[in-house]
Ligand binder design. Structure first.
Ligand SMILES: NC(=O)c1ccc[n+]([C@@H]2O[C@H](COP(=O)([O-])OP(=O)(O)OC[C@H]3O[C@@H](n4cnc5c(N)ncnc54)[C@H](OP(=O)(O)O)[C@@H]3O)[C@@H](O)[C@H]2O)c1
Length: 321
């Protein structure tokens, strides 16, 4: 372990330094980060879910300022269009379009995929960033708990439908925005969806985010040979409208220690633009460094090959594939 690795490990162990802006600033200096403005996305097509708010909105701005052809995805066509108009006005990049899609509604996901395939003959970066933490159970129209539907099954379906186009595009990447919250959850298939009468939003969210990072590794194992790079990450704790809505008490306590949304989105844009992640298919990242997907022996114990297989089968079936 070199001095930089030792320093990074010292920041990583206490979550409060790692996940807050302390970790961001320390690692930026420690590893002498390339500025995001050095990455050229000219001619590259980026499909970004959850581009209307928070981390996704910041990433959308950075991608377009660096020349990307961007597809903004969110649930409301009006909200999406408002973001497109803002971006075009501020970046001068007119290669920005939008498609309305609730990622937990599989017919809408199929429509999104069809539209992307019609409009773009290449796909460089597909980003599954859309997400929310809700206090009560809601179901998507097929009866799947909506955190799982929108952050696990819908993204799985979208990746599947766009995989051939990704494979045709050299250097393509699929990036999933998970959460450090998943460190608290084991891998479960039988209890993936919490029942309404015993629903805990933070726990449901953690289970979904655990499933995301597991599937990211499985995608890399199963489809990495096709030239597509699969990466997952967590952004630390960033002050976004999503955090304000879901965790107001946490936001108040953490106050100025929270990252701003640009800082939370940094690794996302880096994963899309830098060559280094391509050597680590299936990687999980925070602040431009690979991280373990387990911090606790109790969650590691749950992560068995048999459960992974069952997760893949369950999601495949739920997605109607
Ligand atoms: N902020 C943090 O500290 C933090 C920490 C860990 C992980 N994350 C993850 O980072 C991602 C972005 O979060 P954020 O903090 O930026 O939240 P945010 O400000 O609430 O933004 C969430 C975005 O997701 C979209 N979205 C939500 N549900 C959707 C659905 N069913 N279908 C399509 N789009 C949907 C929203 O778009 P519309 O409302 O326009 O549909 C919005 O653009 C999420 O996956 C979140 O879990 C954030």
């Amino acid at each position: 372990m070199n001095v930089r690795d030792l320093a990074d490990a010292a920041i990583e162990i206490p979550i409060v330094t790692s996940f807050t802006k302390i970790g961001y600033h320390a690692r930026r200096r420690l590893d002498d980060w390339t500025p995001l403005t050095d990455y050229d996305f000219g001619g590259r097509v980026v499909v970004l879910t959850g581009a209307t708010s928070g981390l996704g909105r910041c990433a959308a701005q950075l991608f377009t300022e660096q020349g990307a052809t961007l597809v903004v995805v969110g649930r409301s066509a009006d909200r999406n269009q408002g973001v497109v108009d803002e971006i075009v006005a501020s970046s001068g990049n007119t290669a920005v379009s939008q498609i309305a899609c609730d990622t937990g509604e599989y017919d809408q996901v199929r429509h999104l995929a069809d539209q992307v395939l019609t409009d773009h003959d290449r796909l460089d970066v597909l980003i599954h960033n859309a997400g929310a933490l809700t206090a009560e159970r809601h179901d998507s129209s097929d009866g799947t708990e909506q955190t799982i539907a929108s952050q696990v099954v819908g993204p799985f379906l979208l990746t599947t439908l766009l995989l051939d186009r990704l494979a045709e595009t050299e250097g393509s990447r699929v990036i999933t925005m998970s959460s450090g919250g998943m460190y608290t959850a084991g891998l479960t298939v039988d209890q993936l969806q919490m029942p309404a009468d015993d629903y805990k939003g933070t726990e449901q969210y953690a289970r979904a985010k655990r499933a995301q990072v597991t599937l990211n590794e499985m995608w890399a194992e199963r489809s990495g040979h096709r030239g597509v790079s699969f990466q997952a990450m967590h952004p630390g704790w960033a002050d976004t409208p999503g955090v304000e809505a879901a965790l107001p008490g946490f936001r108040k306590v953490m106050g100025p220690l929270l990252r701003d949304a640009d800082q939370g989105a940094d690794t996302l844009v880096w994963l899309a633009g830098d060559a280094a992640p391509l050597d680590h298919n299936g990687g999980f990242w925070l602040d431009r460094r690979l991280r373990s997907i387990h911090k606790l022996p109790t969650t590691k114990k749950t992560d068995t090959p048999e459960r992974r297989e069952r997760l893949w089968s369950w999601v495949t079936e739920r997605a109607g594939l």
